[in-house]
Design a binder for this molecule. Structure first.
Ligand code: AHR
Length: 851
């Protein structure tokens, strides 16, 4: 606290000093640097004499380029700043040396920057050295091609451009800023403009300092014993959402294939392709996870001449030269089998010769011992699905599957599959029982699916198209998972809806808003990033597809898609109530146009469906502001907010939603988590999330749904940390954060009871918080203590029926670094007051029941 105050004092003194000698106008120099591979965006320096420059920040990024991929793009070259119509500042810049688009963005005050756009000015090569001016109601833009040839175009609206007569470019300026020669735009501006920019930068710094705060506090900073008094005010009880806690399932970190989808065979359809990993892994192809046994001279090749289905074009041609040859699959790092358990094996096969052949199927141990076997008789000469059951005679975590033809000659094989019979709820083509159970044990009220980035995909062609994920497995269209692996679509929309039903959770499907991920690469589009949206003349087809998804979920069996659902085995509708359109998209004109088309079509045909919009990937900034503007203008039902923040952010933004307007769109916090350096989870991150959930629950009439992200991660196969549940082939490892989610899932309420919280002897009041909710026969009191000392807490219970009861107390506490903290459950007695000792760094939940 002391630190923070002295810091603010310094800022204040600095401000006063500057004020004392305030000039009327100064020079302002706008430039970008080569640092961070040109990714640091636009900087400003100011000067009274064009010699002594004061860099703001000194390298504060006032606006960054959002074009193209994270990591490789999002660069800003040669920015030019100028004033356009209505005194609006315009910035143009070059994006890279390949694309024919330039970057363009505007600002009223050089602090808040609006939506970026990337107009294409050159269809044959890059647009370099862009430079623009405004005069007589039109903008002229100069640029050069790769050979240095100059071009000029003009525009009135930044949408329609036409070639214009050559015009002399305004000279760029060069100044030495902090020892480095920089090229940029020189302007003369009122000093007040610069002053506001300096204040903004100072404010940003102060916020960063707050966000760096950690939960750990030195014990000796707390001088006096701390006691906490909580007084409930039942007269102010308010109804809150019954869907407060749910889950977000995305196929990231091998969450689906190799994860919760119980298929044990890797690359069952031979459809792995180097493109899945953008060519980075030469071994990632149709042969991945397959081999022939080394003791035979059997060979196998991949063919696609006469496949079982066009969506599954590859199959294996196994050539057996002498008996004993076999095709072997290693599973996803081994096939775990349990003694006595039954496994459903199936394969599409045809004998390539004129004779039928038998196939022996074996589960193999470490030394080739047979752990289970079955025989498929008389494989014919046309594609046919053969099935059999194998019972394992031993347990082994790393078995292999062998297909051993009993005759020499060629046999064609595809969709080779092995499932444990014991899946979650014993579903065929089902989910891994232990993992799905741990997920179900969260008691989630909804499941968001399939992403995340997977929903909008890396480029248009990679968008998740739900129709490709239903129907017979061999007809589903596998595709590149944008997290760098392969998606079989075996866990598709039908399985998803079924899982929701099995765990009594609302499905919340997310469809792309007609634009791919904001971090997309080009993938054949003229320009990269999100701007390569679905062409408008193809939007009807896309919108129909979205409407069809709703029909698939809810339509009667006499509708086209409802019939398909019934054919899959589910006659009754799934009763879909929500649909999300978009995933933390870059809010641009391209996005807005497509989003509106989709939303309006859904609302027209299915007015009862709640459409969830999107407001970008952060809790502030352009996408958040512009996304909310769209939501306000369209009076959207709900928007999806995302942010991954530090413990300090959660500590210092506890009132984030207190000022949200109840009459505006509801909020679904679709992705959040506490991140600390090293990106692991421990008690510190879990308590930060618990604190946030406490504050969200207070606002659960506005923030009606929340889901932590990401949910699942396979050890050794993660692209994103931290995650809620880690697993390997045989174990499931919930994190401390999992228990926080579970405590909220199991202790949600229909009503929130406002309360007054007062503490004594506590110099850190924002480190104690509580939430009290009520159901018909339950009163639930959650308390958090983020102090390094015990807190004596006393909660007055203003309901006679909850006094003098035996209640359950569940506590999470311990060392903040500890990754293994588990809930401790005990029984306690209530009186007129609930007296508790809250351990240092703890989250405690008391549930009092009348029955
Ligand atoms: O949760 C992981 C990723 O984070 C999601 O796919 C994306 O929406 C966000 O950026």
């Amino acid at each position: 606290m002391k630190l923070r105050l002295s810091f603010l004092l310094l800022i204040f003194l600095g401000y006063e000093k500057a004020n004392a000698s305030k000039p009327d106008s100064v020079y302002l120099f706008a430039y970008s640097t080569t640092k961070n591979s040109h990714r640091n965006g636009l900087h400003f320096a100011w000067s009274q004499d064009k010699t002594n420059w004061v860099a703001i920040g000194p390298e504060h990024s006032f606006v960054k380029c959002d074009y193209g991929r994270w990591g490789s793009e999002k660069k800003m070259f040669n920015p030019t700043l100028f004033k356009g119509a209505g005194n609006l500042w315009h910035l143009v810049w070059s994006l890279n040396d390949t694309d024919g688009a330039i970057g363009h963005v505007t600002s009223k005050d050089l602090i808040y920057w609006g939506r970026q756009s990337y107009p294409i000015l050159n269809t044959t090569g890059p647009c370099l050295q862009p430079e623009a001016q405004y005069a007589n109601g039109e903008y002229t833009i100069n640029w050069t091609d790769k050979k240095g040839k100059a071009f000029t175009v003009r525009t009135k609206d930044w949408e329609n451009f036409e070639a214009a007569p050559q015009r002399v470019a305004q000279p760029k300026s060069n100044y030495t800023i902090r020892g480095s020669q920089e090229e940029g735009t020189l302007l003369k501006v009122p000093y007040t403009l610069v002053e506001n920019m300096i204040n903004h930068q100072t404010f940003t710094l102060a916020k960063k300092a707050q966000e760096a705060e950690r939960i750990a506090l030195q014990k000796n900073l707390i001088k006096d014993p701390v006691s906490l008094k909580i007084t409930l005010d039942p007269s102010k009880q308010k109804k809150i959402s019954e869907h407060f806690l749910g889950i977000f399932f995305e196929d990231i970190n091998y969450a689906a294939d190799g994860g919760i989808y119980a298929e044990l065979i890797q690359n069952r359809g031979f459809e792995y392709h180097p493109d899945d990993r953008e060519g980075r892994d030469k071994s990632w192809n149709s042969y991945k996870a397959w081999k022939v046994n080394s003791t035979s001279d059997a060979t196998f090749k991949i063919d696609s001449t006469t496949p079982i289905h066009k969506n599954n074009s590859k199959y294996a041609v196994l050539d057996i030269k002498k008996r004993g040859g076999a095709l072997i699959n290693e599973g996803f790092g081994g096939i775990p089998v349990t003694a006595g358990e039954k496994y459903d094996f199936s394969v599409f096969a045809r004998s390539a010769g004129s004779k039928s052949s038998n196939l022996v199927i074996q589960l193999l141990g470490a030394n080739g011992e047979v752990l289970g076997t079955t025989t498929l008789q008389k494989i014919g000469t046309t594609w046919k699905k053969y099935s059999a059951v194998i019972t394992a005679n031993q347990s082994f975590a790393q078995a292999q599957l062998a297909i051993v033809p009993q005759q020499v000659g060629k046999v064609n094989l595809d969709m080779i599959s092995l499932f444990p019979q014991k899946t979650f709820k014993n579903r065929k083509n089902g989910l891994r029982a232990d993992l799905a159970q741990v997920v179900a044990d969260l008691k989630p009220r909804f499941v968001r699916f399939p992403g995340g980035c997977v929903a909008h995909g890396d480029g248009i062609a990679n968008m998740y198209r739900w129709e490709n994920t239903i129907g017979a497995l061999e007809t589903r269209k596998p595709q590149r998972n944008m997290w760098g692996y392969h998606q079989t679509a075996g866990l598709g929309y039908f399985e998803y809806f079924l899982f929701c039903e099995d765990i009594a959770a609302e499905p919340i499907p997310i469809v792309a808003a007609g634009v791919p991920c904001q971090n997309s690469a080009h993938h054949g589009c003229a320009i990269g990033g999100q701007q390569g949206g679905i062409p408008l003349d193809q939007m009807d087809e896309y919108i129909n597809s979205v409407l069809n998804l709703i029909e698939y979920a809810n339509g009667g069996v006499n509708t086209f898609w409802g019939k398909k659902r019934a054919e899959a085995g589910h006659h009754e509708p799934f009763n879909l109530k929500y649909i999300g359109v978009g995933n933390e998209d870059l809010i641009t004109d391209v996005f807005e146009e497509r989003f509106k088309l989709i939303n309006n079509a859904i609302k027209k045909k299915y007015p009862e469906i709640t459409v969830i919009g999107t407001v970008g990937p952060f809790n502030e900034g352009t996408d958040y502001v512009e996304g909310w503007e769209i939501a306000d203008e369209m009076k959207l039902d709900m928007v999806d907010e995302h942010y991954y923040q530090s413990p300090g952010w959660y500590l210092n933004n506890q009132n984030f939603y207190d000022s949200y307007d109840k009459n505006k769109s509801k909020v679904y916090l679709g992705e959040y988590a506490a991140h600390i350096p090293g990106r692991h989870n421990n008690l510190e991150t879990a308590l930060s999330e618990a604190l946030h959930l406490i504050n969200l629950e207070r606002n659960a009439d506005i923030v009606t749904m929340t889901s932590y992200a990401p949910l699942l991660a396979k050890e050794g196969f993660t692209q994103w940390n931290p995650d809620l549940i880690y697993f390997n082939n045989t174990e499931v490892k919930p994190t401390v954060g999992y228990y926080v989610q579970q405590l909220f899932g199991h202790n949600s309420g229909k009503y929130y009871i406002p309360h007054n919280l007062s503490s004594t002897g506590n110099a850190y009041p924002n480190r104690l918080a509580a939430s009290v909710v009520k159901n018909e026969n339950e009163l639930i009191i959650k308390q958090i203590n983020l102090l390094p000392v015990e807190v004596k807490s006393s909660v007055g219970i203003p309901y006679a029926e909850y006094q003098n009861k035996t209640a359950t107390l569940t506590t999470l506490s311990g060392d903040l670094e500890d990754k293994t903290v588990k809930p401790i459950i005990s029984e306690i007695k209530t009186g007129k007051e609930l007296e508790l000792t809250l351990p240092p760094y703890s989250f405690s939940v008391v549930k009092i029941k009348t029955k």
